[in-house]
Design a protein around this ligand. Structure first.
Ligand code: SAH
Length: 173
């Protein structure tokens, strides 16, 4: 990601990835963040302010599956990177989690908003109830993508909490 480019944080949470993307995009770039919990957006906003993030972030209280409708029209097809960090908001009671149906729909939406050569990163957790099912559904969904649309890679963190964390990387063609 070069300065001035456009990125999306699909699961803002406490804003760690939003801040990372904002620093890469810089003041001439743009980062759009999505979360369905106001508490997450408030926490992320605090972090961005505390850390003097560049003024390039727009936070949306909306599901990532609505990305195509929510992003400004001029952004569609111009996005360099979309990050997903699935599961629940760290520090919350864990009752709100990402879910297979909306997560898979959001990956399709992410592919359609990316520029050719753009990347999607997904971190999948299997340690909470519903997590393994979601990870399996996302892997099956991504494995079914045509190679004319995207390349998909998977890695597993072997030395992290009994290998409960998996990573998928999608490169749009
Ligand atoms: N990257 C974050 C952690 C994300 S946790 C950090 O650095 O802190 C996952 C987040 O996904 C939670 O905050 C949860 O509210 C959010 N979420 C759940 N379903 C969602 C959906 N359909 N669209 C967008 N965000 C969703």
């Amino acid at each position: 990601m070069e300065p001035g480019c456009i990125a999306v944080d699909s699961t803002v949470g406490n804003g760690i990835d939003t801040l990372f993307l904002a620093r890469l995009a810089g003041p001439l770039g743009m980062v759009h963040g999505f979360d369905i919990q106001q508490a997450a957006l408030d926490s992320a906003r605090d972090r961005l302010r505390r850390e003097n993030a560049p003024d390039c972030v727009r936070l949306h209280l909306a599901g990532h599956e609505s990305m195509c409708e929510t992003l400004p029209r001029e952004v569609l097809g111009q996005v360099r990177a979309v990050m997903f960090n699935f599961g629940y908001l760290p520090g919350s009671d864990g009752s709100v989690i990402t879910r297979p149906e909306t997560s898979c729909a959001a990956v399709d939406a992410a592919i359609s908003v990316l520029a050719p050569g753009g990347l999607i990163t997904m971190v999948l957790y299997t340690g909470h109830p519903g997590g393994a099912e979601e990870a399996d559904a996302l892997e099956a969904h991504c494995a079914g993508l045509s190679t004319e649309t995207a390349w998909v890679m998977r890695s597993v963190l072997l030395n992290h909490r009994n290998a409960q964390t998996r990573v998928l990387l999608v490169e749009k063609r």
